[in-house]
Ligand binder design. Structure first.
Ligand SMILES: Nc1nc2c(ncn2[C@@H]2O[C@H](COP(=O)(O)OP(=O)(O)OP(=O)(O)O)[C@@H](O)[C@H]2O)c(=O)[nH]1
Ligand SMILES: [Mg+2]
Length: 148
């Protein structure tokens, strides 16, 4: 089964995002969990231990993933950038997201801009709590998998 990993530091909102993706009613026919998506087949979301946990084993499990969502939850994101290049090196498509965006007064926009600047990649602002960006993230996951 195609696997999509959810990465991020401890308490960055990985598990909450898993729940949001599996329970959100997407406008595009999507059914996560061991999720079934029109056109791309069954996809399993994989929760991981924090990237800030030493010897987490996350790198080993990453080898079987086709794509990954990397959550960034505050303005120290060196670790996430290191993981980004590691994942891309082993052929994993990475989607960057500012998580818990509802906690920021600007909806995470300035943090997203900073991450965009450093990574040169698109960054989505998401909130598992309010549902902001979940639809967009869903589309991005489908897009990344379709590219493979
Ligand atoms: N306001 C807000 N809080 C959130 C959001 N997502 C998660 N949280 C809260 O943040 C805390 C951590 O969320 P988790 O989903 O457990 O984070 P995690 O990355 O799975 O944490 P670990 O598994 O311990 O590494 C919990 O108290 C959640 O309720 C969000 O989008 N908005
Ligand atoms: Mg968790």
């Amino acid at each position: 089964m195609r696997q999509v990993g959810i990465f991020g530091k401890r308490k960055s909102g990985k598990s909450a995002l898993m729940y949001a993706l599996t329970h959100h009613k997407m406008t595009q026919e999507t059914n996560y969990s061991a999720m079934e998506i029109g056109g791309v087949g069954k996809i399993m979301l994989v929760d991981t231990v924090g990237v800030d946990v030493e010897k987490s084993g996350a790198e080993k499990s990453a080898e079987s993933m086709e794509a990954a969502v990397m959550l960034i939850s505050n303005d120290s994101f060196d670790l996430e950038m290191a993981w980004l290049s590691r994942l891309r090196k082993i052929g994993v498509e990475v989607i960057l997201a500012v998580s818990q965006a509802d906690k920021f007064s600007d909806g995470g926009k300035s943090l997203a801009a900073a991450v965009r600047e450093v990574s040169g990649m698109n960054v989505i602002c998401i909130s598992a709590k309010t549902g902001i960006g979940i639809e967009e993230l869903n589309k991005e996951i489908l897009h990344k998998l379709a590219e493979k």
